[in-house]
Write a protein that binds this ligand. Structure first.
Ligand code: ZN
Length: 364
């Protein structure tokens, strides 16, 4: 629960009415009395109704095991490099902006500044209205927050002496499942970056979030609907969406104006050995991500696309988990077993990912 005192005030909002949430005992409560309990494992359930679970706990346990075996390390290391460079870029820009003021550099930047000002004005008006409405509640929350913050050490990512320190950055993994990718990314950044980080993960699956919170108590985990994310506008410097459905309008709303969104989708050769073995005569044998890329581009400017591809020798026990966690194998049934029996003891499996990297379009 201490994690809630490390998050900037106003970041977590009510997914029903968008009002600020106030920490009272073991619950987060808005001014309209919408109440979300903090589970003893430390996560928050932001859903008013429990959805029918699409994925069961075994799937997430399988993914956690293959993740621990290092199967996704190539991907999370690359994501870590991109995030580290981005946070350092954002930090440098903030510092330059503070020390030199904004310099006019041609028409493009002037237009951008005007748009920023309009945006800020709108945000300020909205904020003032909100502030009037919640003046009393906010003051109480702030007093409580400050009191506790004095005792709480903010999570930081391994700053070594003399290393340039970033201001705190916020990162969200939307559709995080059991949290393996986000925790691997945070570990990567801890070893390479001087940035302080607030890391949050949300998923519609309670089973996934329970595992995530249990394994990673230092992060904010929430069971939430991606269509109604419990975070204020512009809360995150980086939003990740890894091998999971997206909600781009919500991503756009929650992303800081200068932030980066990264969506990871399977490349055409992702798990191709399993695909071939299970779906040799069907349409699922091949996979195209063209439509996903097109949809992404409708919402964000696609500034870069990076491929991460590697082959791994997979142990028999990890193959069972890999089959358990991939939609490719769910409908395979007996075929799945036959495949496992006939494949080599240590089959070579291809991991092929494409990272779509986007920014808000009007910022460029
Ligand atoms: Zn509410």
């Amino acid at each position: 629960m201490l994690i809630f005192h490390t998050i900037p005030a106003g970041t977590v909002i009510c997914p029903v009415c968008s009002g600020p949430l106030d920490l009272q005992d073991n619950s987060l409560i808005c001014k309209n009395r919408h109440c979300f309990d903090i589970a003893k494992q430390g996560y928050v359930n932001f859903l008013l109704q429990a959805p029918k679970e699409k994925y069961d706990k075994r799937l997430f346990q399988s993914r956690a095991r293959v993740s621990r075996a290092g199967v996704f390390r190539g991907l999370t290391d690359r994501l870590g490099e991109i995030v580290r460079n981005e946070l350092e870029r954002q930090d440098l820009k903030r510092r330059e902006s503070r020390s030199h003021g904004l310099k006019k550099q041609g028409l493009q930047q002037r237009e951008r500044q005007q748009q920023e000002m309009q945006q800020h004005q709108l945000q300020r008006q909205a904020a003032m209205q909100q502030e009037l409405q919640n003046k009393v509640l906010e003051r109480q929350a702030r007093q409580r927050g400050e009191l506790v913050q004095q005792k709480v050490v903010r999570p930081s990512l391994g700053q070594s002496p003399g290393e340039r320190q970033c201001t705190a950055a916020a990162i969200l993994d939307a559709g995080c499942g059991e949290g393996s990718h986000l925790s691997a990314l945070v570990r990567h950044l801890a070893g390479t970056s001087g940035c302080k980080l607030v890391a949050a993960g949300i998923d519609i699956s309670k089973a996934g979030i329970q595992l995530a919170a249990k394994a990673n108590p230092g992060m904010l985990w929430g069971v939430a609907d991606l269509a109604k994310c419990p975070f204020a506008n512009g809360s995150f410097d980086v939003i990740l969406n890894i091998l999971s459905p997206a909600n781009y309008s919500e991503f756009h709303r929650m992303l800081a104006d200068d932030g980066l969104v990264m969506k990871v989708i399977p490349g055409t050769e992702y798990l191709q050995e399993i695909r071939r073995a299970l779906h040799s005569e069907t349409a699922r044998r091949t996979y195209s991500n063209d439509r996903t890329v097109e949809l992404f581009r409708r919402h964000f400017e696609l500034v870069d696309m990076q491929q991460v591809k590697y082959e791994l020798l997979i142990e028999q026990k990890d193959l069972a988990d890999l089959l358990q966690m991939t939609p490719l194998a769910w409908q395979a049934g007996e075929e799945q077993l036959r495949l496992m029996q006939t494949m080599n003891k240590q089959p070579v499996i291809t991991f092929d990912f494409v990272i779509l990297i986007g920014r808000k379009r009007y910022k460029r």
